[in-house]
Design a protein around this ligand. Structure first.
Ligand SMILES: [Zn+2]
Length: 140
């Protein structure tokens, strides 16, 4: 019907964030540049007074972008690092679900956030290994 494979719309979080596709909890609502911003906004209350990024976001909510979060994570900002950790978790968990179905030889990570792979890829690999069916019996 022309909609497969829409992997970004696999439901990862039942009842989760609303997606433009009409469902809730789709993978791309937790693992994309847009999702990175949403995650940072969700985490704002947890970092009061400890994050320059959070202070900037309070003054100008539009300043919170995936690119800005990645740059702040590079500088060690607590909010940005926490948002990037959540991104890594969802990337690994989601890829494991996809790998359980397709068993791919190669995964290509693209898009704007991929330019910041050094900030999340190692953690994503750990989450992937932990969530993948048959870990230890297949290459990671
Ligand atoms: Zn969706």
């Amino acid at each position: 019907h022309g909609v497969a494979p829409e992997l970004g719309h696999l439901q990862m979080v039942p009842g989760g964030r609303v997606c433009a596709c009409g469902k809730r909890g789709c993978w791309e609502r937790y693992c994309s540049g847009t999702a990175l911003v949403d995650t940072a906004v969700d985490l704002l209350p947890t970092v009061r007074g400890r994050s320059l990024l959070a202070r900037d976001a309070a003054a100008d909510p539009g300043s919170l972008t995936g690119r800005r979060i990645a740059a702040a994570a590079q500088d060690g900002d607590v909010l940005a690092v926490a948002a990037m950790a959540e991104f890594a978790r969802w990337l690994g968990v989601g890829l494991a679900a996809v790998a359980d179905i397709y068993d791919p030889e190669l995964v290509v990570i693209a898009g704007g956030v991929s330019g910041s792979a050094s900030l999340f890829l190692d953690d994503a690999r750990d989450h992937y290994a932990a969530a993948l069916t048959g870990t230890g019996h297949r290459p990671l």
